[in-house]
Design a protein around this ligand. Structure first.
Ligand SMILES: *[C@@H]1O[C@H](CO)[C@@H](O)[C@H](O)[C@H]1NC(C)=O
Ligand SMILES: *[C@@H]1O[C@H](CO)[C@@H](O)[C@H](O)[C@H]1NC(C)=O
Ligand SMILES: *[C@@H]1O[C@H](CO)[C@@H](O)[C@H](O)[C@H]1NC(C)=O
Length: 409
């Protein structure tokens, strides 16, 4: 198996060096897992958890990724029974290929009997002051018999002290029946992260929820551009055909410029990208008075142009996961959103099957972090525990775009 992998790597490297891209080395694998395992207090705890059904390894899937200093954070939503912890850390510099996940900030947060602890964390977004904003759906067993145990909740967690600073349940008036609150992006601007906002996507009821930290208030925008496209809701991936009608999902923030900042966004089951100025959505008085502020960008990405997560680096280049093409794309946000201006920086039908989350850290130089997780195979119980199913990948954005249409001259 290892030998096969090495041979594959040699083939990939060879074909790359023969291409026009020269020495470009876009994507590195930090870790890969056949199955996810956790750092239980003792082997007896682990055995007990397996015996009583609290830990069923095949049901654990990594979803969200973030990075702060010497740690990466990974969420494992409780979509099926047997997920003992829902948010973990791994060191950036582990020696093993498949490290154990350490429940974060501690095991206690994952076993709370009431809604003070974590229920099912989907994704995280870290501000530049070292606070992790984690989105908890409050729901368990979404792929079996969904139960809403707690309201969807935003947690603020300090990464300097590893303590939960606050929890903000989303008020019920902004959570509709069958809402699926899936993704978030934090907008922190000044050095102290004052005037902080979090933008939250409701993929199933097509809403954009805004959280304002200064007074812990929420409001919600609806717009027809948050809907899925019918034909893009019909997916075919590695021989699997499935239908997902997911609306607003991917969000990425442009640079702060002349007192404003652009939020780029798209539905998951869509081939189109849109934009709105954050000055509009940060103003709750615009909720029913902003229909013309949400704008289509350029061209469609075409059939199989569905994108999950996206993020923009300090140079203004957007990176995005092309979930039906086993690929990572790029776009220089200064250019028109045209097919000819969209590049592919990595494509691989083994290592990039369903790139799900994508985040860019706050380091110098910045790195792009990607989780691939074969989500459709997980949904249909087709995960093969003998294969590497889950990968944590990273790349340096400037070298990743070298030789592509996204290169900055
Ligand atoms: C919730 O559980 C925590 C411990 O996990 C406890 O300290 C707290 O009092 C509980 N709150 C309620 C409302 O039961
Ligand atoms: C959905 O995709 C399948 C597989 O490609 C195809 O056979 C079917 O016709 C598609 N459905 C629609 C409505 O386009
Ligand atoms: C991946 O692509 C290669 C080359 O195009 C092809 O031979 C192989 O069958 C593909 N594998 C899968 C799992 O799709």
């Amino acid at each position: 198996m290892i030998l096969k992998f090495l041979l594959l790597m040699v083939c990939l490297t060879t074909s790359k060096s023969q291409s026009a891209f020269g020495r470009r080395k876009p994507l590195e694998t930090l870790y890969r897992w056949k199955q996810i395992d956790f750092d239980f207090p003792t082997p007896q705890h682990r055995n007990m958890a397996i015996q009583n059904g609290e830990f069923n390894q095949i049901n654990v899937i990594p979803l969200g990724v973030e990075r702060w200093k010497n740690r990466a954070f990974i969420s494992t939503p409780r979509w099926k029974k047997g997920v003992p912890a829902t948010l973990s850390s791994v060191p950036i510099a582990a020696q093993e290929e498949s490290p154990l996940l350490s429940p974060f900030p501690s095991w206690e947060w994952h076993t709370a009997a009431n809604c003070t602890g974590f229920t099912s964390i989907f994704r995280m977004s870290i501000d530049h002051c070292g606070v992790m904003w984690a989105l908890d759906s409050g729901q368990v067993e979404a792929f079996e018999t969904p139960r809403n145990l707690c309201p969807p909740t935003l947690f603020a967690i300090s990464l300097e002290t590893d303590t939960v600073l606050a929890r903000f349940p989303i008020p019920s008036e902004y959570v509709l029946q069958n809402s699926l609150i899936t993704n978030l992006v934090v907008d922190s601007r000044d050095a102290q992260c004052r005037d902080l906002h979090v933008y939250i996507a409701d993929a199933w009821r097509f809403g954009l929820i805004v959280f304002r930290d200064s007074d812990a208030s929420f409001w919600r925008f609806s717009h027809y551009t948050f809907y899925p496209e019918p034909l893009l809701s019909n997916y075919t991936l590695h021989g699997l055909n499935y239908q997902w009608s997911d609306g607003l999902f991917g969000m990425s923030l442009g640079q702060y410029y002349l007192g404003d900042r652009t939020l780029f966004y798209h539905s998951m089951s869509s081939s189109l990208e849109f934009a709105v100025q954050t000055s509009v959505i940060r103003d709750p008085s615009r909720v029913n008075n902003a229909v013309d502020e949400f704008k289509l960008l350029g061209e469609s990405r075409g059939l199989r142009g569905q994108v999950s997560a996206a993020a923009i680096d300090r140079n203004g280049v957007m990176f995005f996961n092309l979930i039906s093409q086993d690929s990572i794309g790029c776009w220089d946000t200064r250019k028109d959103y045209r097919i000819r201006n969209l590049g592919i920086i990595a494509q691989n039908n083994v290592t990039l099957v369903f790139p799900n989350d994508l985040r860019i850290d706050h380091e110098v130089p910045q790195l792009v972090w990607i989780i691939t997780n074969r989500l459709p195979m997980y949904q249909f119980n087709l995960i093969d525990p003998n294969e590497y199913n889950y990968r944590l990948l990273y790349m340096e954005p400037n070298s990743a775009i070298e030789g592509t249409v996204c290169q900055i001259y």
